[in-house]
Ligand binder design. Structure first.
Ligand SMILES: [Zn+2]
Length: 126
């Protein structure tokens, strides 16, 4: 059973900090995650592709829910007009990009909590 440290989960997910120390920045630039935590040196890489599938599914889910909520709210207020549909699609796409870093940070926490990443010395240097 996975023991969830909620404070650590929140700090990693919403403040984009290392799941091991809670201090080091998770992202080096854009959506790219540091190979190792700049603060404690924990290996954040994981298996090849480990950082992609989960966050993409989460991001699309956030986008889909956001698009449906906007469509429901605007559709209820103004009826299903063309601009309502396009505004919903815009909200869907925009929310994917806005939520992606947070989804990826959550996924790093998940990989760390399930021992998929963070094993010291698992990866050779260079
Ligand atoms: Zn760290």
């Amino acid at each position: 059973m996975l023991e969830v440290d909620w404070k650590r989960l929140a700090r990693t997910t919403f403040q984009h900090r290392c799941p091991a120390c809670g201090d080091g920045e998770l992202f080096s630039e854009g959506y790219r995650i540091h190979d190792r935590c700049p603060s404690c040196g924990t290996d954040l890489r994981g298996e090849h592709g480990a950082h992609y599938g989960g966050p993409i599914v989460l991001g699309y889910t956030v986008g889909g829910v956001t698009g449906l909520l906007v469509l429901t709210a605007l559709g209820w207020a103004f009826g299903l007009r063309t601009w309502v549909v396009w505004t919903s699609v815009g909200a869907l796409v925009l929310s994917i990009f806005l939520a992606y870093r947070t989804c990826k940070a959550f996924w790093v926490w998940f990989l760390y909590a399930t021992d998929e990443i963070g094993e010291a010395g698992e990866w050779g240097e260079g």
